[in-house]
Each structure stands twice: as structure tokens, then as C-alpha cells.
Design a protein around this ligand. Structure first.
Ligand code: MTE
Ligand code: MO
Length: 378
């Protein structure tokens, strides 16, 4: 009898397992490397074992509408609104500017939604609505400098070429996917307009020919299929930052109000062992995973084997940079035949950390409360 995947994973290095799986699979039966969360439009989640692989075909896909047909040769990026000079930029115009390459993580604001209790509507992402890539493009700030934003400019609206009608709540016919970001964020070094992902031209699914990357913010701000930039002298209040991708705030002296979702919150996840793994008692194991903290560095990752009662600081952790993930590992030997609840917690350099319980004011977004995994030790 062939070993189960879990037995293989326990006894062999990951590369050997991958080789064995590939060797067994007939080439015609090669499966989609991603988990299909929605067929039309196509929404794809990265499996835990493939997270942060640096392979574009394993990067999650989140699209609200069908992929629009755009031609890199005829593409024009328009910049209008509260600017001294309207622009119509070709890809060549952009590529003639000072080009930057940056490694930046993207996480969907709904990543981890499947762990919400009770279940909520929306794509049921596990932990795999996140990825990191090397992006090549120009800072949005450099484009805005060319257009010379007028005094009083406050918001930069990024508009995609994809369009559709949303049923709930109903939109006034077809609307584009768009998102306004404050001018200050638009002018930061981590906010880019890019045409390459991992040193290849953007694929249609990831926004070809041109997309925004708003480093440190949840994915909804990183508008794909970007064709228009409109500068406003007031905050944008479009669908995708009011009805959708917004959360409740409770100001001290005013009633609760909705505000757009912005920065990625700190999060640590366990990728090994997998939830439900059966492990032998008294056998040392190495618990592994990733952590990230949006615009900030990860300062600390802690591990608990008892559901969060006692915590140990993880010592093996890669160097942290803002906008990027770190990899961590932690040796642990289970000495009891019982079910363990493993859980990890990330704290950033400003002291922001993960709450033990879910804050319902976040609606169905920004899911970073502690999520234990159970493993069975026999
Ligand atoms: N034009 C457009 N841009 C978009 C979206 C979209 O539906 N249309 N989805 C956003 C969301 S919610 C996320 S999480 C990221 C996902 O980027 P990816 O598909 O390259 O992973 O794209 C963002 N940009
Ligand atoms: Mo998203």
C-alpha cells in the first residue's frame, strides 16, 4: 500500500515528496496548482505547502469580474483630475522612467475567512489568500510628480478596466473595480505601478499589462488592469471602500462609522505540521511557518502548544523587512499522548499583535485573530 501524503510528509523532505508525487501523476492528469475558490470569475487560493514559493503560477488570484482584454501596445494610462497637467502614458513612456524592483507581499483582506465562526458570506479563503512577488515598475509618486498634483489634492483613485454589476447591494449598472488611496500613501516608495511580476510580464490574471501595488495594504488597493488614475480634492467614496472592504470604527464622540480597510495587520501561520496531523509521542518535530506585519517589521513570533495559555518566543526567524514575510521554525517535542492545540502569534515593531478573539467590527475582513490548529499525538 502506498504511503499516505501525511506519512510521506512526516518521513521525507519536502523536495522528495514533491518528486514522488510528480513521478506518480500522469502528465495529462496534472492538476491546477491552486485551490479553486470560484470558477467564474476565476478565484484561486495557494495551498499551504506552496505558500511564498516565488512561482507566479502558484500566486493566489482574487478577481471580482472577468479579466478584461487589454493590449500592451495600445494601452494608455490616463492621469486626470486635480492635476496641473493631464497625462496619457504608454507602457514605453513608463519604462523610460526610473524603474524600481521591489519584493512586496499581497494579502487579500478576506484571507482566513473560512475560520470565522459562525460562517460568513464571501470567498472561503483558508490561509492561502496571500503571496509575495518581485514587482518591476515605477513609483506612483513619480507619475504624480509629472502630472503635478494641485494644492488641496487628497485622494488618488486607481481604476481598473474590468467592469461588472454587483447584485448585493445593487450597483447603478456596471461599475469598474476602483480604489482611492490618500495622496500621502500614493507618494510612498512602496506604492508602485508595475508591469512585471517575478521578472516576467504580468499575466492576464494578475493585471496585465499594468497594475498598482500598494505595499503594506490589503490587496484590494492594488488595482489590476489599471487604465485610469484620477486625483481628487476629497476622499473617494466608491463601492469598493464603502459597501465592500470597509470596517466599523467607534469614535469617542460620534456614532459608529464605516471606514475603508487599509493596512495589513500582523499575522503568523503554521504550515508544518498540518492541522489534524497524527504525530508520534516523544519524537522531536520542527514546527514551521511564516509571519508578516504589513507596513511594519515583525518584531516577535511566539509559539504555544496549549491553545494560547503559555507562550515561548520563537528563536529561529529570518530577518524582517517591512512589506515582506519572514519564515520561522520552532523545535518542539510532544511528551503526552493527547491532542495539542498549536498556535502562533506575531507582534510587530510597534507592539501591534494578534487578538485572541475575533472583533466583529471588522465585518468579514482583516482576519488576524489567533487560529489554533489541533494535532493528535499518539
Ligand atoms: N481591477 C481589479 N483589481 C483588483 C481586483 C479586482 O477584482 N479587479 N481585486 C483586488 C483584490 S481584492 C486583491 S486581494 C488583489 C489580488 O491580486 P492577485 O489576483 O494578483 O493576487 O487584487 C486587487 N485588485
Ligand atoms: Mo482581496
Amino acid at each position: 500500500m502506498a504511503l499516505s501524503r501525511r506519512e510521506l510528509l512526516r518521513s521525507a523532505p519536502a523536495a522528495a515528496v514533491a518528486a514522488a508525487v510528480v513521478a506518480q501523476a500522469p502528465s495529462s492528469a496534472r492538476a491546477e496548482p491552486l485551490i479553486v475558490r470560484m470558477h467564474e470569475p476565476r478565484n484561486l487560493e495557494t495551498p499551504l505547502s506552496e505558500l511564498f514559493s516565488r512561482q507566479t503560477e502558484k500566486f493566489f488570484v482574487r478577481s471580482h469580474f472577468a479579466v478584461p482584454a487589454l493590449d500592451a501596445k495600445t494601452l494608455r494610462l490616463s492621469v486626470t483630475g486635480h492635476v496641473e497637467k493631464n497625462l496619457e502614458l504608454t507602457l514605453d513612456d513608463l519604462q523610460a522612467m526610473d524603474v524600481v524592483r521591489r519584493e512586496i507581499l499581497l494579502e487579500c483582506a478576506g484571507n482566513g475567512r473560512v475560520f470565522l465562526v459562525p460562517p460568513v458570506r464571501g470567498l472561503q479563503w483558508g490561509h492561502g489568500g496571500v503571496g509575495q512577488a518581485l514587482w518591476t515598475g515605477v513609483p506612483l509618486g513619480a507619475i504624480l510628480a509629472r502630472a503635478r498634483v494641485k494644492p488641496g489634492a487628497s485622494d488618488v483613485v486607481l481604476i481598473g478596466a474590468d467592469r461588472g454589476t454587483v447584485a448585493d447591494p445593487p450597483t447603478p449598472g456596471a461599475i469598474p473595480f476602483d480604489r482611492g488611496i490618500p495622496l500621502a500613501k500614493a507618494q510612498k516608495d512602496e506604492t508602485l505601478i508595475v508591469w512585471q511580476m517575478n521578472d516576467e510580464p504580468l499575466s492576464p490574471a494578475h493585471g496585465a499589462p499594468l497594475r498598482a501595488i500598494v505595499g503594506g495594504w490589503y490587496g484590494m488597493a492594488s488595482v489590476k488592469w489599471l487604465t485610469q488614475i484620477v486625483v481628487l480634492d476629497r476622499p473617494h467614496t466608491g463601492f469598493w471602500q464603502t459597501f465592500d472592504y470597509s470596517s466599523w470604527h467607534r469614535p469617542a464622540n460620534a456614532p459608529p462609522q464605516l471606514a475603508p480597510i487599509t493596512a495589513i495587520q500582523p499575522k503568523a501561520i503554521i504550515t508544518q505540521p498540518e492541522a489534524g496531523a497524527i504525530l508520534p509521542v516523544n519524537q522531536p518535530l520542527v514546527v514551521q511557518g511564516y509571519a508578516w506585519a504589513g507596513e511594519n517589521r515583525v518584531a516577535k513570533v511566539e509559539f504555544s502548544s496549549d491553545g494560547g495559555r503559555q507562550w515561548t518566543i520563537v528563536k529561529e526567524i529570518t530577518k524582517s523587512e517591512p512589506f515582506q514575510f519572514v519564515r520561522w521554525s520552532h523545535p518542539f517535542t510532544p511528551t503526552q499522548k493527547q491532542t495539542y492545540a498549536f498556535v502562533v502569534r506575531c507582534t510587530d515593531e510597534r507592539g501591534n499583535t494578534q487578538a485572541a478573539t475575533r472583533d466583529p467590527d471588522r465585518r468579514t475582513y482583516m482576519i488576524n485573530h489567533l487560529i489554533p490548529i489541533e494535532v493528535i499525538v499518539k
